[in-house]
Ligand binder design. Structure first.
Ligand code: C2E
Ligand code: MG
Ligand code: MG
Ligand code: MG
Length: 284
């Protein structure tokens, strides 16, 4: 073994590099195909009001199962799509489908739809803005039922018109949220200046709260600052009751995570909404 590593170290390294390149090439081809065959699915994860435990929103999450490669995680194919340009097409699919779905769910409950947007999509900001307006009009989804999730990376090499665009979308009634908060490096006051009214605490912090005093302190500090700036907060990745209780008692209004539900198909989500509404009637 030691001899292998010494003498064949380089070739082993090259093999794994080749495998990596090979996988990316294959994924590129298959992703193109998946888009044209309409194989991209959208799952929905409930976002709850922590006090009432009612579903008040959904986050749209892309799912791709390739016939040969099996399930490919968005954490793998989204970064790839950002490099090869397919993110624009993928972004349009999720925008169109999730808005249309949310419009139809309005007859059950006034639900808000959170959609993830890649910073790369903002490189064609005029087209993106026009497309959002168009999709809202076509689907009939009220603008205040759309929640755009972006990450802090959007603000790193800002295009000159970014602030104007974000202000425009906000003025339409669209909510702007910062996703994975805590993993980037923006100050909260800076985000507020850019029209963001909500932040989602990254699940890494929620996950480590029980074992790490510093993560618990960080979450508490974020909640206190968000409150003083009148920003809403969603905690991601809530997996147990203790986390939910702690967050709620420290002023976190909204939450999402496996404790409540994993991301599910539109059909399953409809079922969750119907159950909730019938319970509401029963206990009213
Ligand atoms: P994200 O936007 O931060 O989405 C939340 C992720 O956390 C989702 O992973 C969700 O399934 C997962 N999650 C939620 N609750 C829990 C929990 O309690 N425990 C654990 N372990 N995980 C939980 P998913 O669906 O694999 O998506 C990963 C990332 O891929 C997303 O992170 C987002 O950055 C990106 N993504 C997914 N769909 C889209 C999309 O339509 N457009 C763009 N641009 N990005 C997307
Ligand atoms: Mg998100
Ligand atoms: Mg996130
Ligand atoms: Mg993420």
């Amino acid at each position: 073994r030691a001899k292998d590593a010494g003498r064949n170290g380089f070739s082993f390294y090259n093999d794994s590099m080749n495998q990596d390149i090979q996988r990316k090439l294959t994924l590129n081809v298959r992703l193109h195909q998946a888009i044209s065959l309409d194989d991209i699915e959208i799952y929905y994860q409930p976002i709850l009001d922590l006090a009432s435990r009612k579903i008040i929103g959904a986050e749209a999450l892309m799912r791709w199962t390739d016939s040969e490669l099996g399930v490919v995680s968005p954490d793998e194919f989204i970064p790839l799509a950002e490099k090869n340009g397919l993110i624009h097409k993928l972004g349009d699919i999720v925008l169109q489908r999730a808005c249309s779905q949310a419009a139809s769910w309005q007859s059950i409950t006034p639900l808000k739809m959170a959609i993830n947007f890649s910073s790369v999509q903002f490189r064609y900001s005029e087209q993106l803005q026009a497309r959002i307006v168009e999709v809202l009009a076509q689907t009939g989804l009220p603008a205040d039922k759309l929640d755009m999730e972006v990450t802090e990376s959007l603000l790193i090499d800002q295009e000159s018109g970014l602030m104007t665009m974000l202000a425009y979308l906000k003025q339409l009634g669209i909510e702007m949220s910062i996703d994975d908060f805590g993993t980037g490096y923006s100050a909260l006051s800076y985000l507020q200046k850019f029209s963001f009214s909500k932040l989602k605490i990254d699940r890494a912090f929620i996950n480590k709260m029980a074992s790490s005093k510093s993560d618990k302190a960080l979450v508490t500090a974020i909640l206190a600052m968000a409150k003083s700036l009148e920003m809403k907060v969603v905690a991601e990745g809530i997996e147990d009751e203790q986390q939910a209780q702690f967050l709620q008692s420290h002023g976190c209004e909204f939450g999402q995570g496996y404790l409540f539900s994993r991301p599910v198909t539109a059909e399953a989500f409809t079922q969750l909404l119907m159950e909730q509404e019938s319970l509401g009637v029963a206990t009213a």
